[in-house]
Every structure is written in structure tokens, then in C-alpha cells.
Design a protein around this ligand. Structure first.
Ligand code: BES
Ligand code: MN
Ligand code: ZN
Length: 507
């Protein structure tokens, strides 16, 4: 992908497709677009006086007379004074998110058109106070999000439209230096998220724990991270009995991946932990066949951790970060763990495995316990952990829980700013009771009621000695429907949240 920041007035543009974010208006051209309209022979004014109202996701594709820009795509961002501010969302943040969304819509349209390139602009007068830096970041993130596609595994075909390979953000010359900073951050975030989405999209016969480990090593070589990879034998030495219990049913070799970025000397690191189940059949507690193929996305947490490290490598912020990825697939077999087996976890706690499909919390338990050795300032884990979170929040937000209210709030703010919403669920003591085992310290399923929170409570038994937050991304990491602005498939959530959180901490 080629990323370009260009400073010029809109009417000077010489691009095959210039998308312009436009706010909701009453049947008239916003004055900020007058010069471009003059260049366009009045066709923008006619569109704005006609069908195009600037409502969210609305688009109007205009072909201009004469030379470039050949096409102008008006993209509605809606009425910025009326964006819903749920959960204390700040208006400028909501506006940035609307800009990111419009840019993504524009890039998706470019894909459909086959233009190969797309530029996005929005006059400062229409941005309701969002400055050039934030605009450029949101715009490039949105463009990359919309342009992303995965066709590595399709044979070449003359019938397919060419991919979008050139993403341009256009700002006024006076905005250039401020825009450059936001653009660099947005580009790094976008490249991280694209890596996460590619890993998610890869099928589980290719995206194995070994491939995730190789990806970490490649990131290490490219950016100077220290990478350590534990194999089955070393996991045994470490006493990772919960992770090994999940892995014991599979011929695929598990990996425990440790990736370390140092940007702040000896300061305590933030640890990012990602669930890396490369395929979840459920094991002996096997899942129904319908939609089981979606369980290739059960490594989405791991993908987001690796995506965040890609962004860290490009931005080199002043912070220390450790990534921890427990990875295996979850298979039924003659050697698989049985419902009622009891295993000794890395922490020493005894776990009764009553449901082999509650495997994510098992592998994360050992990773959270392992995290203690880094004396982390905070630990964030991301996991496609429960189907129940989709019942609670649908696909509109990830659930967040933790041991530290301030940290939960910090993660919420990072999610808002990144356009990857999270919403808190209450860790009432009552829910802890549901995980009590008759014969061991804890059991790995508390049943159906409050299934997302009992999963959170299970993790909490192992997240000792540091502030901790858990993000359940089962409803947000991928989409099973095609909807604006995201296509069906992997979303790369919560890569942007992770990066936003880390940059916020780095100051
Ligand atoms: N990977 C699944 C959760 C999931 C469900 C992710 C739907 C994405 C979409 C997880 O390992 C799982 O199977 N959870 C069980 C837990 C239950 C057995 C306590 C679930 O949610 O049903
Ligand atoms: Mn499962
Ligand atoms: Zn799972």
C-alpha cells in the first residue's frame, strides 16, 4: 500500500478519485466547496441542491468535465452537532470517528470502482473544530480500513477489479505540518491493523501457532524487538498445565510467544495478552457445524497484539511493552482433554475443566500468570472469549472488565478515540461464585447466566499482582455480514485501541 499526504487546494487536485467529506446541509452547497464546484462546472452544487444531503454514509459520485480530478465522490458524514455522545464521548472524538468512517466508505467505493487510488479531503470549515493532525490520522486510518482486502488465496483473474494501492489524504497547504504528525500515526496504526486482519483472514491450516510465532520473529527482526518462543516442552517446564491441556488434543504444535519492545529504559511495561486459538472446534465439547468456520478468527486477540507491535515498531514511543500470546488450536481426539479433567495451571491453581469449549480462558490463565514476572504497570488482554458478549452487546462494542476502575476508564477512552468502542460489565461477587468447583479450586465454566462476566471472573483468578483489564472482542473482531463501513470478514479489533492506549501512556 502506498500512503501519501498531499497539500493542495481541492480544485488543484489531479487525482482519479477525490472523495470529499460533506456535512449534512439544507439543499445547498457548503461554501467551503465553492472553488471545487467552480472547477466542476457547478455539478457539486446541483448534487447538494438535489439528492445528496450529506447524511451519514450517503454518497454521490460525480464525473467532472475536462481534466483531473476525474471523479469527485461526495461522502456524507451527517450532522456533526447531533452525533450521539453515549458514555461521555467527547464531541471532537465523535467527529473524528465520523471522518474515519467516511474515509472508509470512500475507499470501499474506490475498490468497487477499480480506480486503484483514492484521495480523501474535508475542508477545515466543515470539520467542526477537528484540527489537521486529528483529521489526517482519522482519514488515513479510514482509507486503509476501507481499502483493505485479502485476495492472496484467489487465483489471478482478469475479471476482478484491481486493488486500491494508493491512499492519499489531502489537506490545505497551511495544515501540512500538523497533518504530517497525525498522518504518520494513522499510517502506523493502519499498517498494524492490516497485519492483524491478514493474520485473521488466513485459514487455520496456514495460520498456525508456528506462523504466529514466525510473524512475531519477523516483527522482531524488522523493528528490534526481543522475541522468545516457548514450545511444548518448555511449556511443560514452565508448568503451563492449562494451556497444555487445550493443546494435548491436537497434532498442531502449540507456541507461547513473548515479544518485548523497549522504548523507556527500565520503566515497568504494559503487557498486552492476546488469545491465540488458531481454530476452536470446541474440543470434546464440540461445537455445532453451522458457522464453525468462523472459529478461525479465534486468534483475533493475538492478531491485534501483533498488529499493535507493528505500529509500535514504526512509531517507537517512549514506553515499554510486552506482548504475550498463548497459541494452540482446540481439537477433539483420543488424546484430548475431557470434561471433568482437573489440571494444574501455571499459577498453581487447580482447574476443573467442565467444558472443553471454554478453552480461551484456560490458555489466558497461564499467560496472565506468566505476566507477573514482568512486574507490569498494567495488563490488557483481548480475546474472542464468549458468545454471550454478542447477546449482551451485539456487534456494537467489545465488553470490558477489570480490577482497576481507572484503568477501565483509560481503556474506554482509548476505545472511543480509536473508534473501537468498549463497554463495561459489572464484576459482582455473585458471579465469582458460579465458577466454584466441587473438587478443584475453580471450574472453567460458570454456565450460561452472565457468561461473559463469569469468564472475566475466571481470568481474574489468575490476574494477580497488577492492574488488569480484559476485553472480550467476540462480537467485534470480525463481521459475518457486509455492512458499511466494514466488509464481511476480519476487522482487526482491538489493534487501534491498543495503540491509542499505549500512545496515551507514552505521553
Ligand atoms: N471462541 C469461543 C467464543 C466465541 C463465540 C467467539 C462466538 C466468537 C463467536 C469460545 O472459546 C467459546 O467457545 N466460548 C463458549 C464458552 C462456554 C462453553 C462457557 C461459549 O461462548 O459458548
Ligand atoms: Mn471455545
Ligand atoms: Zn474459543
Amino acid at each position: 500500500m502506498n500512503y501519501l499526504l498531499r497539500s493542495s487546494t481541492l480544485e488543484e487536485s489531479d487525482l482519479p478519485l477525490l472523495a470529499v467529506g460533506v456535512t449534512k446541509h439544507e439543499k445547498q452547497l457548503p461554501p467551503a466547496l465553492a472553488a471545487l464546484d467552480a472547477r466542476a462546472g457547478g455539478v457539486l452544487a446541483r448534487a447538494c441542491a438535489g439528492d445528496f444531503t450529506g447524511g451519514r454514509d450517503e454518497t454521490s459520485l460525480l464525473y467532472l468535465p475536462g481534466a483531473e480530478p476525474r471523479r469527485v465522490l461526495l461522502v456524507g458524514v451527517g450532522k456533526l452537532e447531533e452525533l450521539p455522545l453515549i458514555g461521555g464521548l467527547a464531541r471532537p472524538v465523535a467527529v473524528r470517528n465520523a471522518i474515519r468512517r467516511a474515509a472508509a466508505i470512500a475507499a470501499r467505493r474506490a475498490r468497487a470502482l477499480g480506480t486503484g487510488a483514492v484521495a480523501f479531503a474535508m475542508p477545515a470549515e466543515l470539520r467542526s473544530g477537528v484540527g489537521a493532525q486529528d483529521f489526517a490520522q482519522a482519514a488515513v486510518e479510514g482509507l486503509a480500513q476501507g481499502a483493505w482486502q485479502f485476495d492472496e488465496l484467489k487465483s489471478p483473474s482478469g475479471e476482478r477489479k484491481p486493488p486500491v494501492t494508493d491512499l492519499t489524504v489531502v489537506v490545505e497547504p497551511a495544515e501540512e505540518s500538523a497533518a504530517r504528525r497525525g498522518f504518520a500515526v494513522g499510517r502506523a496504526v493502519a499498517e498494524g491493523q492490516a497485519l492483524a486482519r491478514r493474520l485473521q483472514a488466513l485459514p487455520p491450516n496456514q495460520c498456525t501457532p508456528a506462523l504466529l510465532a514466525d510473524t512475531a520473529r519477523q516483527l522482531g527482526a524488522a523493528h528490534g524487538f526481543a522475541v522468545t518462543v516457548l514450545e511444548r516442552e518448555q511449556m511443560q517446564q514452565e508448568g503451563m498445565g492449562a494451556l497444555l491441556a487445550v493443546a494435548q488434543g491436537s497434532v498442531t504444535e502449540p507456541r507461547f510467544i513473548i515479544i518485548e519492545y523497549r522504548g523507556a529504559g527500565a520503566a515497568p511495561p504494559v503487557a498486552l495478552v492476546g488469545k491465540g486459538i488458531t481454530f476452536d472446534t470446541g474440543g470434546i465439547s464440540i461445537k455445532p457445524a453451522a458457522q464453525m468456520e468462523e472459529m478461525k478468527y479465534d486468534m483475533s486477540g493475538a492478531a491485534a497484539v501483533l498488529g499493535a507491535f507493528e505500529a509500535l515498531g514504526r512509531l517507537k514511543p517512549k514506553i515499554n511493552v510486552v506482548g504475550l500470546i498463548p497459541s494452540t488450536d482446540n481439537m477433539p481426539s483420543g488424546s484430548a482433554v475431557r470434561p471433568s479433567d482437573v489440571v494444574t495451571s501455571h499459577s498453581g491453581k487447580q482447574i476443573e475443566i467442565v467444558n472443553t469449549d471454554a478453552e480461551g480462558r484456560l490458555i489466558l490463565a497461564d499467560a496472565l500468570s506468566y505476566a507477573r514476572r514482568f512486574k507490569p504497570a498494567a495488563v490488557l488482554d483481548a480475546a474472542t472469549l464468549t458468545g454471550a458478549v454478542i447477546i449482551a452487546l451485539g456487534h456494537a462494542a467489545s465488553a470490558v472488565m477489570g480490577t482497576d476502575e481507572a484503568l477501565i476508564e483509560e481503556v474506554r477512552r482509548a476505545g472511543d478515540r480509536a473508534g473501537e468502542r468498549v463497554w463495561p460489565l459489572p464484576m459482582y461477587d455473585e458471579f465469582r461464585e458460579l465458577n466454584k468447583s466441587d473438587i478443584a479450586d475453580v471450574k472453567n465454566s460458570g454456565g450460561r447466566p452472565a457468561g461473559t462476566i463469569t469468564a472475566g471472573w475466571f481470568l481474574r483468578e489468575f490476574a494477580e499482582g497488577y492492574p488488569w483489564v480484559h476485553i472480550d472482542v467476540a462480537g467485534t473482531a470480525y463481521s459475518d455480514v457486509d455492512a458499511p463501513p466494514l466488509p464481511k470478514g476480519p476487522a482487526g479489533v482491538p489493534t487501534r485501541l491498543f495503540v491509542e492506549f499505549l500512545l496515551g501512556r507514552a505521553g
